[in-house]
Every structure is written in structure tokens, then in C-alpha cells.
Design a protein around this ligand. Structure first.
Ligand SMILES: Cc1cc2nc3c(=O)[nH]c(=O)nc-3n(C[C@H](O)[C@H](O)[C@H](O)COP(=O)(O)OP(=O)(O)OC[C@H]3O[C@@H](n4cnc5c(N)ncnc54)[C@H](O)[C@@H]3O)c2cc1C
Length: 390
């Protein structure tokens, strides 16, 4: 167990005052903001978690061990110390990153996923605002191929997804929000939230990843990058040729809660003209919270591009006006927020499931490789895992 503790310590995610950025060698005392823990105390992970109860922990990123461990994941992580395969790091806990991680895990390889936000799902997203919840990114999924269809079937059986709308449409949503769709992929996977990778360097001892706080102590044999292509290009500017081919369109999203419902509108409407591209009664999705009627309104790619740099409040008001025009009446708005997706949908994909670089030590993928759909992200992640497993 002490080896496990040391390994967690090497992760560099329990910063104690004055501690060097790159951690001391294995078997050193584990310390974090909750106090020192030593390997001879047995299962430090559980004790750390227990010690945290009732203690203020600033954020998940502050102490991964104290906030992220369950008995199940702990035991599986402990098992992972014996893994024989390559050490794999994955950037991004969206559908592509997690489908890659889940496939690797099934093959006995235990990757570490680095995610800059505080949750899973990426653009398959659910936003909380007070007691309200909105699916402000992907609205629904459809399955065209057997791999994603099988996954969706399992997610439905496990209560993480459900049909939305007429069966003939084949639309499904995550439960209790769209991000729930990613949950089965994330189970048992080590994810370090609140960790934005700023640089990645490949050297003789493998990949070193850096955050704003400096290099992480871990080393990895293979790196999988699943952020949108323009963001991947910032990490790997020398891959400009292939990545620059990919084009992505933005999308402004408006989240509304209404004091008075609008029953004359359909639950979901795709629009091909004007400023709006999709209008959805969020509240009509299964297992959503009761309360005021919630709506998510997406602006078209052209409109979003033309208004990309406006303030959120300005866009909120413009889109609320556009929604009123669409509905034929002014909505009684109880809550309104706008969200800018700078890289929402790929309009010119790579045309293959992923990109391989650095002699196969770096794989880059995501929806942008295959198409603007959750299923494309899932397939890309799977393809990268298959390539790593060999
Ligand atoms: C407004 C909107 C509507 C959509 N509607 C639909 C729809 O109805 N149906 C459908 O099928 N698809 C839809 N999509 C597309 C769908 O959401 C995407 O295809 C899919 O979610 C992409 O998954 P991904 O894993 O490839 O990328 P992402 O979901 O973008 O995941 C990438 C992850 O990487 C993280 N990340 C990025 N950079 C770093 C870094 N440097 N360090 C650490 N982490 C990092 C991000 O936080 C993110 O979690 C929609 C998208 C948007 C935005």
C-alpha cells in the first residue's frame, strides 16, 4: 500500500506549503492540505477521505485523494499499480477521452485523465444555475453505428440515458442531464479535475505534462489529446498542417427559465433560417427537475460567428428577443444566461478517426476527427484506445 501512497504523492496534486513542485522520491510521507499522512498508517486513501469529513477542502483540484475516492475506485487504482501496459495520459474527460479511457481500462491499462473543468462530459454538458439545470451543449444523441448503439443500450439499462421524443427520431438524452451520458465511461477511471494541461513535452523518459503550477511529476509512455482541434493546436503548434485543416464553428447558447410555460411550442425544433438553429424545451426531457419551464436556445453558426466577441449579457438579450420573435410572444423570463461555445461543432473534420504523431507516442482525436456528433467523439476515442492496445 505504501507504494500506492507514494504514487499518489508523485501526482503533484496535494500541494502543501513550501513543497517543491516535483515531489520527493517514492515512499515519502504523503501530505496535503488536510494534514500529513504516512504510509505506515495503512490505507491512507481512506483515512484521508475520513479525515476530510467536515473539513473545508477548497476544491476538488485542491486534494484529489480526499475528494475523489470511493472504495471501488480505490481498489481498482491499487490494482493498477501492477499493470503491465504503457502508462497512458489522456487530456480531456469529454466523451472521446472517456471512451478511450474505458476501452483501455477494459484491456487492463489504467490511464490517467486530466480535465480542466470540474466535471465529466465536455460539450455533452449540463449547467447548474441555482436550482435549475440546463443541457446547454449537445441536446441529444442518436446512434448510427453498432459500437455507440451498444453503449447507449447499456447506458439506458443502467439508468444513465433515456429516449426523448418520438421513437422514430431515435433521440436519446443523458440522465439526470446530458453529462450523465458520460458516467458509465467514467466509472473507475482516475480523473484529475481542475487540471488544465498547458504544455506537453516528450523526452527520453516519456511525456511530461505541465500546468500553470509547473511540470507534473508523473511520466507517461503515451499521450492522448482530445481537446477541440484548435486547442490541440495550441499545445502542439508543430502539427499545424493536419490540425489546421480542421474547422470548427462556434455556438451561442441561451438558457431560459420561464414563469409562464409556452405550451404552443413543440418540445424541440430545428431551424434552418434566421438567428436560431435549435430550440428545445429542456424541461420536456425525461427525469428533469420539476420547477419553472426551462428552455435551451442555440444560435446558428453564422449568427454566433458574427456576434462571437459580444458580452454575454448583450447576447442574452439579443437571443431572448429572437426567441420571442420565434414564439410569437414575449416569454415571461425568470432566469436567463448565455454561454459561448467557441468550438462547438466541427464543420470540416479531419476525415479519419484520429491523428498519430511523435512515432505513435501522441494520438489526437475527438469529434473533430469524424463529425459534429457525440457518436463521432465516442468512435474516435475507441479507435485511439484500439491503436494503443495493439
Ligand atoms: C451547442 C452544442 C450543441 C450540440 N448538439 C449536439 C447534438 O444535439 N447531438 C450531438 O450528437 N452532438 C452535439 N454537439 C456536439 C457534441 O457535443 C460533441 O461532438 C462531443 O461532445 C465532443 O466530445 P469530445 O470528447 O470530442 O470533445 P469535448 O466534449 O470538447 O471534450 C474535450 C474535453 O477536454 C477538456 N480540455 C480541453 N483542453 C484541455 C486542457 N488543456 N487540459 C485539460 N482538459 C482540457 C475540456 O474541458 C473537455 O471536457 C453539440 C455541441 C455543442 C457545443
Amino acid at each position: 500500500m505504501s507504494g500506492f501512497l507514494s504514487s499518489r504523492h508523485r501526482s503533484g496534486h496535494c500541494p502543501a506549503p513550501g513543497r517543491p513542485r516535483v515531489s520527493p522520491p517514492a515512499r515519502s510521507v504523503l501530505s496535503c492540505s488536510c494534514g500529513p499522512l504516512s504510509p505506515d498508517r495503512g490505507c491512507g486513501l481512506y483515512e484521508a477521505r475520513a479525515a476530510c469529513k467536515g473539513t473545508a477542502v477548497e476544491s476538488r483540484a485542491c486534494c484529489h485523494i480526499c475528494t475523489g475516492c470511493t472504495k471501488d475506485t480505490h481498489e481498482r487504482k491499487a490494482d493498477s499499480m501492477d499493470q503491465a501496459g504503457p502508462r497512458v495520459a489522456i487530456i480531456g474527460a469529454g466523451i472521446a477521452g472517456l471512451s478511450c479511457a474505458a476501452r483501455l481500462r477494459a484491456a487492463g491499462i489504467w490511464p490517467v485523465v486530466f480535465e480542466k473543468s470540474r466535471g465529466i462530459g465536455g460539450r455533452t454538458a449540463t449547467r447548474r444555475a441555482q436550482a435549475l439545470r440546463f443541457d446547454h451543449g449537445a441536446q441529444y444523441v442518436t446512434a448510427k453505428g453498432p459500437g455507440f448503439a451498444m453503449y447507449l443500450g447499456r447506458a439506458i439499462t443502467a439508468g444513465h440515458a433515456s429516449r426523448w421524443g418520438a421513437p422514430a427520431l431515435g433521440r436519446h438524452v443523458g440522465l439526470p442531464g446530458m453529462s450523465g451520458l458520460a458516467q458509465p465511461l467514467a466509472d473507475g477511471v482516475e480523473i484529475r479535475f481542475g487540471t488544465e494541461i498547458r504544455a506537453a513535452r516528450h523526452g527520453p523518459d516519456g511525456w511530461t505534462l505541465s500546468t500553470d503550477d509547473g511540470p507534473l511529476a508523473d511520466r507517461f509512455d503515451r499521450l492522448v489529446c482530445t481537446c477541440p482541434a484548435p486547442q490541440a493546436l495550441r499545445l502542439f503548434p508543430d502539427l499545424g498542417g493536419a490540425l489546421a485543416h480542421v474547422e470548427m464553428a462556434p455556438c451561442w447558447a441561451l438558457m431560459l427559465a420561464l414563469d409562464t410555460p409556452m405550451p404552443h411550442l413543440p418540445d424541440a425544433e430545428k431551424l434552418s433560417e434566421g438567428p436560431l438553429s435549435f430550440v428545445a424545451r429542456n424541461a420536456s426531457k425525461p427525469a428533469r427537475d420539476p420547477g419553472p419551464e426551462t428552455w435551451v436556445i442555440h444560435a446558428s453558426p453564422d449568427w454566433s460567428r458574427a456576434h462571437l466577441e459580444l458580452e454575454k449579457e448583450t447576447v442574452r438579450d439579443l437571443l431572448a428577443q429572437a426567441f420571442a420573435a420565434h414564439a410569437g410572444q414575449a416569454p415571461a423570463i425568470a432566469h436567463a444566461t448565455a454561454h459561448r461555445w467557441r468550438f462547438a461543432m466541427v464543420t470540416r473534420p479531419l476525415g479519419q478517426p484520429f491523428l498519430s504523431a511523435r512515432d505513435g507516442h501522441l494520438l489526437l482525436g475527438g469529434d473533430w476527427a469524424l463529425g459534429p456528433r457525440v457518436e463521432a467523439a465516442f468512435d474516435s476515442g475507441h479507435a485511439m484506445a484500439k491503436a494503443l492496445i495493439g
